[in-house]
Write a protein that binds this ligand. Sequence first.
Ligand SMILES: [Cu+2]
Length: 122
Amino acid sequence: MVFGTRQLAFLAVIASLTPSAVLAHAHLVSQTPAADVTVTPAPSELTLSFSEGVEPGFSGVTLSGPQQQKRSTGKVQLATGDAKTLIVPLKTALTAGDWQVDWHVVSVDGHKTRGSYRFHVK
Ligand SMILES: [Cu+2]
């Protein structure tokens, strides 16, 4: 069966009426340390809270330091009793300077999202 223009328009309307909850992806809602803040002392872990539940096995962060060096992190895990919050343990203390967090997650609906933010260690 070949769709005509009218059928395609109809399908487009149906798609636009789909409840947004069905299409929701995991967006970063808040994080610790917060974006663009200066912290002291250096944090021992990062916390990222999302709008949807996330799959820790398919989620993670890349940490880049003041000289663009990459810093490996401990294993990402869910916060206790909170499927929307990821905890990223830091194995060694972050040095002073600007750190960039590039995060990527797969939400429970299977969708991938990513983003980045920075914070400063005094
Ligand atoms: Cu989604």
